[in-house]
Design a binder for this molecule. Structure first.
Ligand code: XUL
Length: 541
């Protein structure tokens, strides 16, 4: 007999519905609404609207609502057995906030199946657009909140993250400062995840600890709203926030609107939604100490499961609560594939040619070293983009190719040192993860096994697996996370790349050198040129 679980993922560019059959361990169906293409009347570009020079970036919550109805319509029309689904959970792009007025809950409770969701939900917003994670317009508010909390260290102690432009707290403060009337007419502020869950539930849904940790409002130790932080953010904020809950909570049954309109079972369980990164942690199977993943995408993200709480007092990395109730780290590097492509395209190469050259040059790049800030960088923070080259120039093809790859992974190693749990194995996903030569450099620099791991829809899969876990646990058919993950994710499948022991010392030395160059350029420390010449003498003569 089939055991179907649905994972929804409301991401920046699309809404995905992934249905899995737990009894066979197989994907049952996948539906996807691409906002730009399928809902063109909102005129988004890649799911977003740019309101001010690349800094103010929003999206339309009503568009997400319309996508939800559209995806269920498609599933029904494709004869997906919606009545068999046992539980639903979901994933939302993190940090984005949705501002609703006092009509919201009443409209949800009295939805009419003869009308569309969009037409009924139009009047419930106190702000028609939602600032999302790409918005970087709140530096002033970040500084104000951080100062009220007593500076960087005490902020990170409390929240697990620095106050960050894209996080919800400073965005809420900006709305309060710039539109007091709008703020006063806001009854509740949801995250993307809890907003979508509320619609399915037919009343306000709570925020889970995982997504809550990305708001700059939740105390990372008590997992409660932090009164001091709320006060530093905006007045009367506590009464405008949903409650917080455990990532495995069952919220109740699906609203009768969906049961009657689409034929879902009335007893279907709705599990609390979470953010896309916590969901992806499950979707790539990171549920044990020593498991880390790097996604080599437009920007590169590095995340790992943490058994204990570690904090980055430099304020570059973030700690969220994992769906298992433990912790996870997340570090986001903006100069990801865009920077790699800059070099590839400058020399008019394809990836194969790029790899060939990368391989020709020995580890350590004959002492040529780059600080690769082609674009503004978040880790480390570099506002004005500039590429620094030591020992070579921009026309040296070989030097540039090896240098960009080594620089990116040295930077990742350096800036993830605060995570006390050293990875035993790194799973690599995303576009560049199929390039074995790039991954060999990663394995050597981290001195860790690297596994190529192709997975799409990891957030939606994570949500479906979370739904299955909560469902079985509630039915006294308790399954461990390992049993849940093993049913769908074969971590042994991807090819392994082993580190080459020959280069341990070289890359340790090079990491020191890289750190010193970073400090030289970004913090005016002394020029490490002599150390670089010694490095060349030691390894290349
Ligand atoms: C994480 C972050 C993004 C969003 C969008 O901090 O901003 O990964 O969750 O997907």
């Amino acid at each position: 007999m089939r055991h179907l679980f649905l994972g929804l993922d409301c991401s920046t560019q699309s809404l995905t519905a992934l249905l899995i059959d737990f009894s066979s361990g197989k994907l049952f169906s996948r539906h996807n609404i691409i906002f730009d293409k399928d809902l063109p009347n909102y005129k988004t570009q890649k799911g977003i609207i740019i309101l001010d020079k690349n800094k103010v970036i929003h999206s339309y919550p009503l568009m997400w609502v319309e996508a939800l109805e559209m995806i269920f319509d498609q599933m029904k029309n494709n004869n997906i057995p919606l009545q068999e689904i046992k539980a639903i959970s979901g994933s939302g792009q993190q940090h984005g906030t949705v501002y609703l007025n006092d009509k919201f809950e009443r409209v949800l409770e009295t939805l009419d199946i003869n009308k569309s969701l969009v037409s009924q939900l139009k009047p419930v917003f106190s702000r028609n657009t939602s600032p999302i994670w790409m918005d970087s317009s709140t530096t002033k508010q970040c500084d104000e909140i951080r100062e009220k909390l007593g500076g960087l260290k005490s902020t990170i102690e409390t929240l697990g993250s620095n106050i960050i432009e894209r996080f919800s707290g400073p965005q809420i403060r900006k709305f309060y400062q710039e539109n007091l009337d709008g703020y006063n007419h806001t009854s509740i502020i949801h995250l993307v995840s809890s907003f979508m869950a509320s619609i399915l539930l037919g009343k306000n849904a709570p925020i889970d600890h995982g997504d809550g940790a990305g708001m700059n409002l939740m105390n990372i130790r008590t997992k409660q709203w932090d009164d001091r932080v709320l006060e530093a953010t905006a007045p009367n904020l506590k009464e405008k926030l949903p409650s917080l809950t455990n990532p495995s909570s069952i919220l109740g049954n699906l609203s009768s609107y969906f049961v009657e309109k689409f034929g879902f079972n009335a007893n279907i369980d709705l599990i609390v939604w979470s953010g896309d990164n916590p969901n992806s942690l499950i979707g790539v199977g990171l549920i044990e100490k020593g498991k880390a993943a790097i996604s080599l995408g437009t920007s590169d993200t590095q995340f790992s499961y943490l058994q204990d709480l570690y904090l980055d007092f430099k304020g570059e990395g973030h700690v969220f609560v994992a769906p298992t109730g433990d912790y996870m780290s997340l570090i986001c590097y903006k100069n990801g594939s865009l920077a790699r492509e800059r070099i590839k395209d400058k020399f008019k190469l394809n990836w194969e040619e790029f790899s060939k050259i990368l391989n020709k040059i020995p580890p350590g790049n004959n002492g040529k070293l780059m600080l690769p800030y082609f674009f503004p960088e978040t880790v480390p923070q570099v506002l004005k983009p500039q590429v620094y080259r030591f020992g070579f120039d921009e026309n040296d093809i070989e030097g540039n190719i090896r240098a960009i790859i080594e620089a990116q992974f040295l930077s990742m190693k350096l800036h993830s040192k605060w995570i006390g749990e050293k990875p035993k194995e790194i799973f690599v996903t995303g576009g560049a993860s199929i390039n074995e030569d790039i991954l060999q450099v990663l394995a050597n620099i981290f001195n860790t096994k690297v596994r190529m791991f192709e997975i799409t829809n990891s957030a939606a899969l994570g949500a479906a697996l979370r739904a299955a876990k909560s469902y079985y646990d509630s039915k006294d058919e308790i399954k461990s996370w390992k049993q849940i993950i093993n049913k769908f994710i074969n971590l042994q499948e991807g090819a392994i790349i082993k580190p080459d022991n020959k280069y341990i010392e070289l890359y340790n030395d090079m990491l020191d050198l890289y750190k010193n160059y970073e400090e030289f350029i970004l913090r005016n420390k002394s020029n490490p040129e002599i150390a670089r010449l010694e490095f060349i003498k030691k390894y290349f003569f």
